[in-house]
Design a protein around this ligand. Structure first.
Ligand code: HEM
Length: 241
């Protein structure tokens, strides 16, 4: 078989993905810098000090965190609306379409195969009455779909709670203090959960050698035919080559 290259991502999707990643790391770094209470700070205490020194104090750090958050959400909103037919809806359809028996089987088998190898996976799943074959997947595999849904839900919660906090001093009265306090807690929790998903996403995409062609495709837009056939067969079968 020829190992031709197959188009996987368009330029605008690649650009928005890396813009997203850059904003995310910046918001995470500055957000962690805003937590000055040692009892709440999940990483070392020198981080808030470093961030505050870098940006000229806590107030300036908060300002830059809000500005980047608004720019991030604003660019996203434009992309979502402008690309509704070409990018947004097809992407949402891909990540929301599940065939539960196949996808659950994929999740269980893939996790065992990645940690214990193919032979042990085949032996273990026999107990469940399954064979050792990993079920075929579409444009995204079950893990990517679940991660994408989690990341989007996390982003929506972060934006909503972020806006409530940002406008609280100007537009909200003291009667709305509980709303703001809940927003702080939920913002913090959403950031932690999304970051957890992101660690797996980055490990799978940038570190695991199996997915190296997908990582390269996030720059070039293309994957080798053999990779597409092996990892995303249901998509590969529909692509016009
Ligand atoms: C160093 C950081 C990152 C790396 C190396 C990376 C890598 C990748 C790669 C290679 C893909 C394409 C997978 C494929 O074609 O099958 C992808 C897709 C995606 N990335 Fe990232 N990414 C990073 C950061 C982020 C961040 C910060 C977010 C969001 C918070 C994010 C959200 C997504 C989503 C939603 C997709 C589409 C679905 C998926 O593949 O999970 N990525 N990423």
């Amino acid at each position: 078989m020829h190992n031709r290259m197959i188009k996987r991502h368009d330029q605008p999707s690649i650009l928005i993905h890396w813009f997203n990643a850059a904003c995310w790391f910046f918001l995470l770094a500055t957000g962690l810098g805003l937590i000055s209470n040692p009892a709440l700070q999940p990483i070392v205490q020198w981080w808030p000090k470093l961030m505050r020194d870098l940006f000229g104090g806590g107030a300036a750090l908060l300002k830059v965190h809000i500005i980047v958050g608004v720019v991030w959400a604003g660019i996203w909103l434009i992309f979502i609306i402008a690309g509704i037919a070409r990018y947004t809806l097809p992407f949402l359809k891909q990540i929301m379409t599940y065939k539960l028996p196949r996808d659950i089987q994929w999740m269980i088998k893939k996790n065992i195969q990645m940690t214990l190898g193919y032979k042990n996976m085949a032996r273990m799943v026999k107990l469940l009455g399954w064979n050792g074959e990993i079920p075929d997947q579409g444009f995204y595999n079950a893990g990517q779909k679940a991660a994408a849904v989690g990341m989007i839900a996390g982003a929506v919660v972060l934006v909503v709670t972020g806006v409530i906090m940002a406008i609280s001093k100007v537009y909200l009265s003291s009667a709305q203090t509980p709303l703001v306090q809940w927003s702080i807690t939920i913002h913090y929790m959403a950031a932690a959960v999304t970051f957890g998903i992101l660690l797996i996403h980055i490990y799978m995409a940038a570190i695991s050698s199996e997915e190296r062609p997908a990582f390269i495709s996030m720059f070039t837009g293309e994957v080798p035919e053999e990779y597409a056939r092996h990892h995303h067969k249901l998509w590969y079968e529909k692509v016009d080559i």
